[in-house]
Design a protein around this ligand. Structure first.
Ligand SMILES: O=CCCC(=O)O
Length: 453
């Protein structure tokens, strides 16, 4: 049994990685624990030095890592390069700031002194997705290694090459063997890993179903979890927005990563007065995007990462049209090799339609018409997800409306994007806990109170 890398541009299988057996997994986790015992005692100078080295390697190998990602999951090459650079930035950010984020916090009490220490917890098990195969891993690994934890990665089945490259990256940077390890295993062996005594925390980025399953296991084993699950981000367009800029950003926000981002804009909620103009311009702008080989710099939209994902997306569109949505652009599987799906626009979308209710993980924009800002907020919040949201209007009005939107992140006149300096995570079925910033580094530490008489 093994996992396979399939090039989504051609459908060709080009690499296989065998599953590890139970004994190998146990040895890997035991090594993680043993490494943790010494790694937790290293000082910040040493951790900083190694994490800077990792950043340096990333910057040096932008092209190599970018091409690997494109080959395994099909994102446009320039976006892949940007992802590698962002990883380097996150490594630098946490190496430069972890010491301050984790310094003791002095507290008032009845003792002569009381303070909180932020001690590491141990090996953290990370279950990560294929859509940002480097970034999703680095944003877990950089803060956790800086905090004194070590990492064990179960990467998604279609990005085995990235999993191997990430382990090698940390080894080459000089981190001790066992500080960051990739494991290959079937989904049912995940139970064994979560329950293993060496594992002290679990972080998962993935689907709601995977999040529930892993959180249940972790709960049974009393291990803390961070869950970053799906999203169906609203993109709220109000009459007073700057229309041309908003349309330009709507295209960017929807098509980023071939539409396969948890924080991509998915539901476009548009006020009556600007609705027709927005839809017309949005359709034209989407139609002008170039679909093609993701290795080509001129490509805006590459293939979807897997055949089954394209099938699911296409069915979501078809079922929504059957329920009364209007197909304005795209919506047909092109006759070419690879898992391509065109930029697709559906309007007149309503509650209960798949493109409104479910996460659409691909280049499909669903538009809903509303009478005013109040209705826009109701429609935006009518979702079991709550990851990101954006609102396009005057600045002050946008900031006021942000308070009423149920999401972990609201952008005013900008698309939702992650940033090492800002907390990232969701509410409702989008999960809990935060990654990035000082909030992220505090998720897997023992906030230990020390009281002195
Ligand atoms: O897919 C979700 C993560 C996207 C990001 O961090 O930019």
């Amino acid at each position: 049994m093994s996992i396979r890398s399939v090039n989504p541009t051609t459908g060709d299988v080009f690499a296989e990685y065998p599953y590890m057996d139970s004994e190998t997994i146990d040895q890997t986790l035991t090594r993680a624990w043993e490494t943790y015992e010494s790694w937790k005692q290293t000082d910040f100078d040493e951790r900083t030095r190694l994490m800077h080295k990792a950043a340096h390697i990333l910057r040096d190998r932008v092209e190599e890592y970018a091409r690997l990602m494109v080959k395994e999951m099909g994102k446009p090459i320039e976006q892949a390069r940007g992802e590698v650079r962002k990883c380097a930035w996150a490594c630098e950010y946490f190496s430069d700031n972890a010491r301050e984020f984790l310094q003791n916090e002095e507290m008032q009490s009845d003792g002569s002194r009381a303070f909180v220490r932020f001690d590491p917890l141990g090996p953290i098990f990370a279950v990560m997705p294929w859509n940002f195969p480097f970034w999703q891993v680095i944003r877990f690994a950089a803060p956790n290694l800086m905090a004194g934890n070590v990492g064990v990665l179960k990467h998604s089945h279609n990005v085995g090459g990235c999993a191997v490259a990430l382990q090698e990256l940390f080894e080459e940077a000089g981190f001790p063997e066992g500080a960051f390890q990739s494991i290959f295993l079937s989904n049912d062996m995940t139970d064994e890993v979560v329950g293993h005594t060496a594992i002290r925390g679990v972080t998962l980025t993935g689907s709601v179903g995977a999040g529930r399953a892993v959180a249940k296991l972790a709960g049974q084993n009393l291990k803390p979890t961070v869950l970053e699950l799906g999203g169906s981000d609203p993109f709220i367009v109000l009459d007073d927005c700057n229309l041309d800029y908003t349309v330009e950003q709507a295209v960017r926000g929807r098509l980023i990563n071939n539409g396969q981002s948890c924080i991509a804009a998915k539901r476009f909620i548009v006020e009556e007065g600007i609705y027709n103009d927005f839809v017309e311009k949005f359709r034209d702008a989407l139609a002008g995007q170039t679909m093609g080989d993701p290795m080509d710099d001129a490509t805006d939209l590459g293939p979807m990462a897997r055949l089954d994902l394209r099938t699911t997306l296409h069915k979501q569109v078809q079922r929504s049209v059957d329920q009364g949505a209007k197909l304005v652009l795209g919506g047909e599987i092109p006759e070419r090799e690879g898992f391509y799906y065109p930029a697709t626009l559906v309007t007149e979308c309503e509650y209960d339609m798949p493109v409104f209710d479910e996460e659409t993980f691909g280049p499909v924009a669903a538009v809903t018409r509303v009478q005013d800002a109040d209705e826009a907020i109701d429609v935006a919040n009518h979702s079991h997800f709550g990851l990101g949201a954006s609102v396009w209007t005057s600045t002050d009005r946008g900031v006021d409306l942000a308070a009423r939107i149920e999401a972990g992140h609201v952008s005013v006149n900008g698309i939702v994007k992650s940033d090492p300096r800002l907390p990232f995570g969701g509410v409702k079925d989008s999960g809990y806990g935060r990654e990035l910033s000082h909030h992220g580094i505090h998720e897997f530490v023992n906030k230990k109170t020390v009281w002195v008489k």
